[in-house]
Design a protein around this ligand. Structure first.
Ligand code: HEC
Ligand code: HEC
Ligand code: HEC
Ligand code: HEC
Length: 441
């Protein structure tokens, strides 16, 4: 069952609090049954293709210009024509070129079945408006009629991108994958880049084509970067564990390697790190990519129930993966725990005290050696940036004072091949000192 379907079922069963996660039940645009009209229908200068933003409109109106000029999603299809993609296709011996293979098109464009394509739709548009906002067949005309509201738009098939859980599921479906589409280890070994994703950071990189102001809040509710970060972690961890449990979780004799920490296999043999020691699993074991789970442990300490219990469950999962006994059962236990955490995170208002505790908790985990694996360190840096920025905006610390150390943390994870856990650990110690001494507002 897909994640969206599972949510729908749980809603019917009344298990989820309707207030906060109702939007999470929405069918992802990729699987919606409505007709896709194509970006041409959004791009007119009287619609979302204005060169200048409008003063008297609740939305910017120049979204198409932002997207087509500087959003990488606009060229997601055209990368399928480049040499790297041709090489991937050659190595995988695919029967068709990348721009004709659903294997690639399912993430590099909006790719509905032919019967759902209106005449204006072009597959070459890439990841365009309807890939995120949902096929517009039923809402194209109604969303501009007098009396249109967000709720009415959603009722006729617009996707709730404003809902954190729904937005996380949307981005994660392409940036990590799901049961229907994923970049496997084979595709990566053929030349596809490694994937990494963090909802708040990737939203900020944008470029954003929307403005979160009083009017947005009034129409759509609250927007909180730290909450989005936390929900992004939960949804990503959940999706990864579901992949492990599902049919895509195995490849021949081995599990699907993309779900594991890349550098637990890919580093030089004379570089003895004994990284697995952090899990108490003994030397020489392949580790699950636990980057998101590491973040979630800190989130669990502030929201969503028994943190010690969650940490233990994750610990048991690592042991089960290393010993082979009951790894699937244990991964289901963790998935269930995350499931019950999600509505609580959605409903949580992160206080200054919460974010400070999360920031220090993440740093202390690192000082304790928990980011010895590169992917944990990479995820931690995105988290630290996201949380520190939030604290800066709230005047809980002087973000400028952190910048020099932050920049060195970024440098430390800039290239996975050059990552040195000991240097990262030392830089985190310095960050802690700066926060304790020099960054008070
Ligand atoms: C599960 C979704 C998914 C699938 C399936 C997928 N990709 Fe990607 N691909 C992505 C994402 C997301 C990125 C961007 C990664 C990033 O920058 O974080 C990407 C990046 C790339 C890039 C690098 C683009 C650049 O700007 O340098 C190439 C080339 C590429 N993909 C080709 C392919 C080909 C060829 C296939 C089919 C064999 C394919 N992809 C299948 C999601 C996918
Ligand atoms: C990669 C996903 C993605 C793509 C592609 C995308 N959007 Fe968005 N869009 C978002 C997100 C996320 C938001 C912010 C949340 C919200 O307001 O629902 C947003 C917000 C908006 C808003 C502001 C709504 C408001 O209430 O203030 C408009 C209008 C909009 N998008 C139009 C477009 C148009 C037009 C295109 C195509 C040219 C497009 N979007 C492409 C994800 C996307
Ligand atoms: C239909 C699949 C799809 C969805 C949905 C999607 N993306 Fe992407 N995204 C891609 C692909 C493919 C690329 C790579 C494009 C390229 O490199 O040219 C990409 C690239 C990006 C990049 C540029 C990364 C870089 O390395 O510069 C950001 C940022 C991003 N996406 C954020 C998001 C966010 C945030 C969401 C959810 C609101 C989202 N994406 C939803 C497929 C998707
Ligand atoms: C369990 C061990 C293991 C894990 C985990 C693993 N790989 Fe691999 N990887 C291999 C093996 C084995 C090969 C084949 C090496 C060869 O053919 O020489 C390989 C090959 C590759 C190659 C091609 C190298 C070449 O010489 O052509 C790339 C790229 C790659 N992996 C990337 C990744 C990424 C990215 C991840 C994490 C998302 C990852 N691997 C996780 C074992 C692993």
């Amino acid at each position: 069952m897909t994640a969206a379907l599972r949510y729908a079922t749980m809603l019917v069963a009344g298990l989820l609090l309707h207030c906060c996660v109702a939007g999470a039940a929405a069918v992802l645009p990729h699987y919606a049954k409505d007709r896709t009209v194509g970006v041409g229908s959004c791009a007119s200068s009287l619609c979302h293709g204005a060169v200048e933003t409008w003063k008297d409109s609740p939305v910017l109106q120049n979204e198409y210009i932002t997207w087509s000029r500087s959003d990488k999603h606009a060229r997601a299809y055209s990368v399928l024509l480049n040499e790297r993609s041709r090489e991937i296709v050659r190595r995988l011996a695919l029967p068709q070129p990348a721009h004709q293979s659903d294997l690639c098109l399912d993430c590099h464009t909006h790719n509905p079945p032919p019967a759902q394509r209106a005449p204006g739709f072009q597959v070459s548009d890439g990841v365009a408006c309807e890939a995120c906002h949902g096929p517009a067949g039923r809402w194209l005309s109604s969303h501009v009629e007098p009396g249109a509201t967000h709720a009415k738009n959603l009722a006729v098939g617009m996707y709730p991108t404003d809902n954190d859980v729904a937005r996380a599921r949307l981005c994660v479906s392409c940036h990590i994958g799901n049961a229907q589409k994923m970049v496997t280890h084979k595709i990566m070994a053929a030349g596809h880049p490694r994937m990494s994703f963090e909802l708040d950071t990737f939203t900020q990189i944008g470029p954003v084509h929307f403005r979160i102001d009083a009017d947005w809040r009034q129409r759509k509710g609250s927007w909180d970067g730290v909450r989005a970060w936390a929900i992004g972690q939960a949804v990503a961890a959940q999706e990864q564990l579901l992949l492990l449990q599902g049919a895509r979780g195995r490849d021949g004799l081995f599990p699907e390697l993309v779900l594991f920490d890349c550098h637990s296999c890919h580093h030089a043999m004379n570089d003895r790190r004994n990284t697995a020691a952090r899990l108490g699993a003994g030397p020489g074991v392949v580790r699950l990519n636990d980057a998101n789970l590491l973040m979630l442990r800190q989130i669990a300490r502030r929201v969503g129930g028994d943190a010690a219990d969650f940490a233990q469950q994750v610990g048991r999962l690592h042991k089960a993966v290393a010993t082979g006994s009951d790894a699937l059962t244990q991964s289901r236990v963790v998935t269930t725990a995350i499931e019950s955490m999600l509505p609580k995170i959605s409903a949580h208002r992160f206080s200054g005290e919460d974010v400070r505790a999360i920031l220090l908790g993440l740093i202390d985990d690192g000082i304790d050696g928990q980011y010895a694996d590169y992917q944990g360190a990479e995820q931690a840096v995105m988290a630290l940036q996201s949380v520190a920025e939030f604290m800066g905006r709230q005047k809980l610390l002087r973000a400028a004072a952190l910048q020099p150390v932050m920049r060195r943390l970024l440098d430390a994870v800039a290239e996975d091949e050059k990552y040195r856990p000991a240097i990262f650990q030392q830089t985190l110690r310095e960050l802690r000192t700066v926060i304790e001494t020099g960054a008070r507002p």
